[in-house]
Design a protein around this ligand. Structure first.
Ligand SMILES: [Zn+2]
Length: 332
């Protein structure tokens, strides 16, 4: 049965949309409270509750236009379930700064926060208790700015307490996002537990789309696919012909291609190419003699997931990253 949804004193009845802000008091020396702006779309019909948030990391904003195209004008009368959307880190967002005097480290690692804690802990706790804990059934935490859009999620068995069902649902969302690349975390809390890790630990399926500068179209299709699949909106699921599940490695050493000779790098491949062990990836030539001094060879079969753009290389710089392909998905 559908019912009224209230967040921070702002309510939306079934079939209604509401805008509001979570006010976090007593943070700043000037006495002003922090605002976390949000939208509630309370569907006229029953369905799951999905929470969307973007720009925890302030420059990772490229999914925003895709999100707008899906929910900006969404009429809750045509929605089954509830969508909440928020800008979680307005302190960072307004200046495009990852760090400042109060956001001193990675806010994505503050997990649940603490209502009595530091500024960062109080901000994170505000979004955790208002939108996620005992509220959301699914979470999409939008990040970004890799060279190619991909979706990050967790393999089953990585976090010991996460039920298989939660990981399976996360993987399903990750595929539906419709990016050509998925990156599957295969180590416990690769790189330290993140907000996504906190969600799955609480039994909430969650993904992190890492959206590139050109990723608005994928994000629109992906978000629409996920909402259609959950039965929340009407539509047709669209997927690319092929998708690649790559192994996410916390320590990227195994994946990196490094030059042994300094000079100018000319690539033979581009981001998104599939390569075989022994393939020629590019050359280094000496800018004094204009002669080739090194041929860079792929050390493994894999997927070229990034190439460092600046071609002038000192010795032993990172040239590119070739990730291991765990699975190729062929969509009909
Ligand atoms: Zn990020």
């Amino acid at each position: 049965m559908t019912k009224k949804v209230t967040i921070a004193g702002v309510s939306a009845n079934p079939g209604e949309k509401a805008y509001g802000v979570v006010k976090v008091p007593d943070l700043f020396a000037d006495g002003q409270y922090l605002e976390i702006p949000f939208i509630i779309y309370n569907g006229a019909n029953d369905g799951p509750r999905v929470h969307l948030q973007i720009a925890q990391h302030p420059n990772e904003v490229y999914a925003l236009d895709g999100i707008r195209r899906v929910i900006g004008d969404l009429d809750p009368k045509n929605l089954s379930g509830v969508i909440t959307f928020c800008l979680p880190n307005t302190v960072g967002f307004r200046f495009g700064l990852y760090y400042n005097r109060i956001i001193t480290h990675d806010i994505n690692r503050v997990l649940y926060g603490d209502p009595q804690g530091s500024v960062m802990e109080r901000i994170v706790n505000a979004w955790w208790v208002n939108f996620v804990e005992n509220k959301a059934d699914y979470v999409i935490d939008f990040h970004g700015v890799p060279q190619e859009t991909f979706v990050f999620y967790e393999a089953h068995g990585v976090s010991p307490d996460v039920p298989k069902e939660v990981n399976d649902k996360s993987e399903r969302m990750a595929k539906l996002y419709s990016a050509r690349v998925l990156k599957k975390e295969t180590e416990a809390y690769g790189g330290g537990k993140s907000f996504r890790g906190a969600c799955v630990d609480h039994g909430i399926p969650a993904i992190v789309p890492e959206v590139a500068v050109d990723g608005a179209d994928i994000s629109e299709t992906g978000l629409r696919n996920i909402l259609v699949d959950l039965g929340m909106i009407k539509g047709k699921i669209k997927l690319p012909e092929k998708q690649y599940i790559l192994k996410w490695e916390t320590d990227t050493k195994e994946a990196l291609v490094v030059n042994q000779k300094a000079g100018f790098f000319k690539s033979n491949v581009k981001t998104g190419d599939l390569v075989k062990k022994g393939d020629k990836l590019g050359v280094i030539f000496n800018p004094r003699t204009l002669q080739e001094v090194e041929t860079l060879i792929s050390h493994r079969d894999g997927y070229v997931s990034s190439i460092q753009p600046f071609p002038v290389k000192s010795v032993k710089e990172t040239i590119m990253q070739v990730d291991e392909i765990l699975e190729t998905i062929v969509n009909k």
